[in-house]
Design a protein around this ligand. Structure first.
Ligand SMILES: Cc1cc2nc3c(=O)[nH]c(=O)nc-3n(C[C@H](O)[C@H](O)[C@H](O)COP(=O)(O)OP(=O)(O)OC[C@H]3O[C@@H](n4cnc5c(N)ncnc54)[C@H](O)[C@@H]3O)c2cc1C
Length: 337
């Protein structure tokens, strides 16, 4: 177990904000986790479990305990003629898991290549990209109740998955800490190519392999998104809003080019398009910028504070609400203590 006091979190958040945690605790096993959870000081303190911090915005120093898992490992927990079940430690870097699955020829998560972060958080966030969400392959999730210290195994259904959301994100019940996730992947190729121009790009590869798909996705992502190792950012700052069909019809009359994706009787609108229409794409406000290739991404030009980033986000929200009557909701989790 590792315990640090007044610990700099710059390497633990992809906005690269130089905030400090009063305490940083990293556990390597489930026993160490339970030991922390049972500790009276921990129980009385404010705490937050983080992964790689690629979806967090720290608004100030964290006056509590930042918890981090070091539980790694990918093992085969089951197998059928057609599928393989992987048990993955929460601290495994998500893209390493994708690279491993692709190297074995197991399909299901190749479209989720290069998404930053750790595997435990991936199951919290229900990460998604290019027509695939992790919920499609999650079989079960192992997690500890932070208040009762009991271990529970959640079925896919119990995970309560929705767009970028899950039971674990919901704050209405006891908090849970994920230690392992179980993913069921296909041994026979089952590719998802309907999203964007994936089908066209894939058509150039004959025969198409799972390695091709990973390479194509990585190429697209590198062209569209800033690399957090170079430029601080947390990917999409807002979720794509889902609006009632009549609101969409009214907007379509005023903005015939508005992109839209039907969703269970409602309509999903790309937040990046709305922000771009409001003139924010490529705009700079002090040390914060709206990425010039994707208006949904806010970047730290080097010396931004969490407050400054939040202020720009608020100005964008106001502009979109005034013009389109749509309230953008941050995908990024604001951390305040
Ligand atoms: C450049 C870039 C591109 C991105 N592209 C995408 C994309 O295409 N699709 C997408 O869905 N996301 C995307 N993201 C967002 C981000 O990568 C995901 O949300 C990711 O799953 C966050 O993982 P993390 O380990 O960094 O988690 P963190 O940001 O550290 O935490 C996220 C949440 O999970 C909780 N958490 C973390 N670990 C645990 C655990 N073990 N148990 C319980 N709770 C836990 C935290 O408390 C927090 O609420 C992108 C981010 C960046 C920077």
């Amino acid at each position: 177990m590792r315990i640090e006091e007044n610990y700099l979190l710059k390497e633990h958040n992809t906005f690269r904000l130089p905030v400090k945690a009063r305490w940083f605790m990293e556990y390597e096993s489930e026993d160490e986790l339970v030991c922390i959870l049972r500790d009276e000081y921990f129980q009385e303190s404010l705490s937050l479990h983080i992964g790689s911090g690629s979806n967090l915005l720290f608004l100030n120093d964290y006056n509590g305990i930042i918890l981090h898992s070091a539980i790694k490992g990918i093992t085969i927990a089951g197998e059928t003629d057609d599928t393989v079940l992987l048990r993955i430690g929460a601290a495994e870097i998500w893209d390493d898991v994708v690279a491993y699955a692709v190297s074995k020829g197991w399909s299901g998560i190749e479209n989720l290549s290069l998404i930053p972060g750790e595997s435990g958080a991936a199951a919290v966030q229900n990460i998604g990209a290019y027509g695939v969400e992790i919920k499609q392959v999650v079989e079960t999730v192992e997690a500890y109740n932070q208040l009762t210290f009991e271990k529970q195994t959640f079925t896919n259904e119990a995970c309560g998955y929705d767009y970028r959301s899950s039971f674990f994100k919901n704050k209405q019940h006891d908090p849970y800490i994920i230690t392992h996730i179980h993913l069921r992947l296909s041994k026979t190729p089952r590719y998802t190519l309907h999203y964007g121009n994936l089908k066209e790009l894939a058509a150039a590869c004959s025969p198409l392999t799972i390695q091709d798909i990973r390479r194509i996705i990585i190429d697209i992502r590198r062209q569209k998104l800033p690399d957090p190792a170079v430029t601080g950012n947390a990917g999409s700052f807002f979720t794509n809003p889902i609006i009632p069909a009549d609101h969409y019809e009214a907007l379509k009359k005023r903005y015939p080019a508005i992109p839209a994706y039907p969703m269970k009787g409602q309509v999903k609108i790309p937040a990046g398009w709305l922000i771009e229409q409001c003139g924010w794409k490529g705009k700079t406000c002090g040390q914060v910028a709206v990425y010039d290739k994707q208006a949904l991404v806010l970047v730290n030009l080097g010396e931004a504070t969490g407050d400054e980033i939040a202020l720009v986000a608020e100005r964008i929200r106001t502009a979109v609400a005034e013009r389109f009557g749509i309230e953008l909701v941050p995908e990024v989790h604001y951390v305040l203590s």
